[in-house]
Design a protein around this ligand. Structure first.
Ligand SMILES: Cc1cc2nc3c(=O)[nH]c(=O)nc-3n(C[C@H](O)[C@H](O)[C@H](O)COP(=O)(O)OP(=O)(O)OC[C@H]3O[C@@H](n4cnc5c(N)ncnc54)[C@H](O)[C@@H]3O)c2cc1C
Length: 303
């Protein structure tokens, strides 16, 4: 028989931090439980205490005041449906809408998706291109960590045992910017990513890429921002017919992207297939962002 586990439901951040401080690494936070329950059933976890945080109301809100602030308990369904998020962070809304099915989206949380630190976490690439920062609350106060530094390895994040992830802050789309999240899976829906790519691109008045942020998931041990590929995209002429220079820039970006990732063979895909789809995702992301800015679907026009 497995050892008895205490299940402690808390109602405030302070109560959660007190419980985590009391039990340290013997405690396991449980939010929606969509990852934790599977891992517990597979005997990958054996905590003494589950600290159940779903009842902390203050962590369920999404607020926009310049930047976007998302409580850790905001669900995928909330991310997918909220008009403010769909406008200012369309890639995040698109990503959340692809997480599992309706049941998973209804209870699975943003904080859980990030803290679970799966290489395939769908919300990570859109938040990486939005320069997101995570907020961690511990007994000594608040600590803020850029999301890019939060992922340390597969299932390993920069969170101390006594800390609770309380929220995420992200920069919304700016003028002449567009973004997209593209996901490849074995089926059309309810499926973990074989590869995912988020792009946030800025275009100048001539339609040349003036700034680029790219991030990927499921092609390495952690979700990853791909700065060399971003630099290579700068100056890419986004007109329908690529100039020689533009074509070269895109090819350089594809090569830089390929050099930055380290995919593996697993049950969902071969490493070779993952490598093969990345160039298509990058090309497609440029086309989608270019079309969105041309059509005026950028933050400056919507606000
Ligand atoms: C059928 C199914 C399909 C899925 N499909 C996808 C998919 O397509 N894409 C995808 O990315 N994921 C997918 N998932 C994984 C999962 O649903 C998400 O990762 C979800 O966001 C996890 O949130 P949760 O609230 O359920 O986390 P939990 O299971 O409660 O927790 C996950 C981890 O985070 C920790 N944790 C949770 N909240 C906090 C916090 N606030 N502070 C500190 N630590 C915390 C927990 O201790 C645990 O280690 C799927 C899961 C299932 C069961």
């Amino acid at each position: 028989m497995p050892a008895a586990v205490e299940f402690r439901s808390v109602r405030s951040t302070e109560e959660a931090v007190a419980s985590l401080s009391e039990h340290g690494s013997d405690a396991c936070v449980i939010a929606g439980g969509t990852d934790v329950m599977m891992q517990y059933a597979r005997h990958e976890l054996s905590p003494a205490v589950f600290v159940h945080i779903e009842g902390i109301k203050e962590l369920t809100n999404a607020q926009r005041d310049g930047s976007l602030r998302l409580g850790a308990l905001v669900t995928h369904r909330h991310l997918a449906d909220d008009p403010v998020i769909r406008t200012g962070h369309p890639a995040l809304a698109e990503a959340a809408a692809t997480v599992g099915g309706w049941q998973t989206q209804g209870v699975g949380t943003l904080g859980g998706n990030l803290c679970n630190a799966s290489p395939a976490a769908d919300t990570a690439p859109p938040l990486l291109v939005a320069d997101a920062t995570v907020e961690l609350c511990g007994p000594r106060g608040i600590r803020r960590v850029p999301l890019e530094e939060f992922f340390l390895g597969r299932r390993h994040v920069d969170r101390r045992p006594e800390e609770l992830l309380t929220g995420v802050e992200a920069a919304p789309l700016g003028p002449r910017q567009a973004e997209v999240y593209l996901k490849v899976g074995r089926r059309g829906g309810m499926v973990v990513a074989v590869a995912g790519l988020a792009a946030r691109l800025s275009f100048d008045e001539q339609g040349v890429i003036a700034a680029a942020r790219l991030a990927v998931c499921s092609v390495g041990p952690t979700p990853l921002r791909v700065r060399p590929a971003e630099e290579a995209l700068l100056g890419l002429c986004p007109s329908g017919r690529m100039t020689d220079d533009g074509y070269t820039a895109l090819e350089e970006a594809i090569a830089a992207l390929s050099g930055a990732v380290s995919p593996i063979d697993d049950v969902r895909s071969s490493a070779a297939y993952r490598r093969a789809v990345l160039p298509r995702l990058l090309r497609r992301s440029v086309e989608v962002c270019r079309a969105a800015v041309r059509a005026g679907i950028s933050q400056d026009d919507l606000s």
